[in-house]
Design a protein around this ligand. Structure first.
Ligand code: NAI
Length: 325
């Protein structure tokens, strides 16, 4: 198939692009015409240390292939770092069209043992780090009337993973951030989506298997069916979805998308139709809730509100369906 998805005259910031997923996005987007800011602090998979070589090597590879890229070595985890990353794009290429917030690392531990250092470092790099880069990038995009954000979430937050309470809290926060950027950005040609990638990267080495001490969780690992996944839990199986989501051709915003073993899928935040209490100003009792628990949890009809206010419309629809109004 011809490469119709291109980024000529587009400037992309990709954080954490010195390794793994971000590196693959950077190389492929540069091949398709994007000018890339390759940001990477160059630390370990647990966020220790720093080195220029990770970002520099990717920039060198892009240039060797005839593409355009510049390295930035700031940490996303400070407001100054985020501002400097966006400034690198402005100084070198004059604008920002695409921002992929991807930088991060792991500090796994059982929930009750997570230290302040493990909590703060993970919130700082994933949640605040994405915020610090996205905010100045958004201002530039708003001025130009065009932008594409992709925040990197995780199945660990959306579905759950033992020993990752700090990480899941941060990644879950990015869902809220992406939703709000999508809503506000809709007035200015700015789109935002959340990605749930799946790849054997160097982060696999950070996955201490202590989490298998939880019996129900260990059972989901033991019983998982990997029939569709052999040799496909790989970085390049994520890149096609990312490239589409940040392209001009993609008009979808406010979404969550999963890439896993070559299966690409929208993930929904939806509310069941639920049980509508009788109309009037007397609230139901907890016993009423217990008595209708099956209906409250019934998954045969779902609504997908896109704002807080959409949920009221879903409630009215449920009330009509149940003959309350
Ligand atoms: P990776 O370790 O190969 O790449 C992450 C990059 O971020 C590294 O090059 C690292 O130096 C950089 N980085 C870390 N802290 C930074 C900071 N403060 N400032 C700038 N750069 C920094 O890992 P991978 O797997 O490519 O992860 C990329 C993103 O995808 C991460 O946000 C990760 O949490 C997320 N993710 C990965 C999954 C997977 O299966 N590999 C699953 C779900 C989410």
């Amino acid at each position: 198939m011809a490469d119709t998805i291109r980024y000529d005259n587009r400037v992309a910031i990709i954080t954490g692009a010195g390794n793994g997923l971000g590196k693959d996005y950077a190389l492929e987007m540069a091949r398709r015409g994007a000018k890339i800011v390759v940001n990477d602090l160059g630390g370990s998979g647990s966020g220790e240390g720093a080195s220029h070589s990770a970002a520099d090597l990717v920039v060198q590879q892009i240039r060797d292939e005839g593409g355009e890229a510049v390295a930035n070595h700031d940490s996303v985890a400070t407001r100054e770092g985020g501002a400097a990353i966006v400034q690198t794009a402005l100084d070198t290429f004059g604008k920002v069209d695409i921002c992929i917030a991807n930088a991060g690392f792991l500090r796994n531990n059982r929930f009750e043992d997570i230290t302040d250092a493990q909590l703060d470092a993970i919130l700082d790099v994933h949640l605040k780090g994405a915020f610090y880069v996205a905010q100045p990038a958004y201002k530039v995009m708003r001025r130009n009337g065009y932008g594409r954000f992709l925040f990197t979430g995780s199945a660990s937050a959306m579905f759950g993973h033992a020993w990752q309470a700090n990480y899941a809290a941060a990644k879950g926060g990015l869902m809220g951030l992406s939703h709000v950027v999508a809503i506000e950005g809709s007035a200015y040609g700015i789109q935002s989506n959340l990605l749930m990638p799946t790849a054997q990267s160097r982060l696999a080495a950070e996955m201490d298997e202590g989490f298998k001490e939880i019996p129900a969780f260990a059972a989901t690992i033991a019983n998982a069916d990997y029939a569709a996944s052999a040799n496909r839990i790989e970085v390049p199986f994520n890149t096609p979805l990312v490239l589409y989501l940040v392209s001009e051709q993609c008009t979808s915003t406010h979404g969550i998308y999963s890439a896993n073993s070559g299966r690409f899928a929208k993930v929904r935040i939806a509310a069941a139709e639920g049980w509508m209490a009788p109309m009037g100003t007397t609230p139901p009792s907890p016993e009423d809730v217990a008595a209708h628990w099956d209906q409250i949890c019934d998954g045969s009809a779902w609504y997908e509100p896109l704002t807080v206010y959409d949920e009221f419309t879903a409630v009215a629809a449920a009330a009509r369906k149940q003959g309350r109004i």
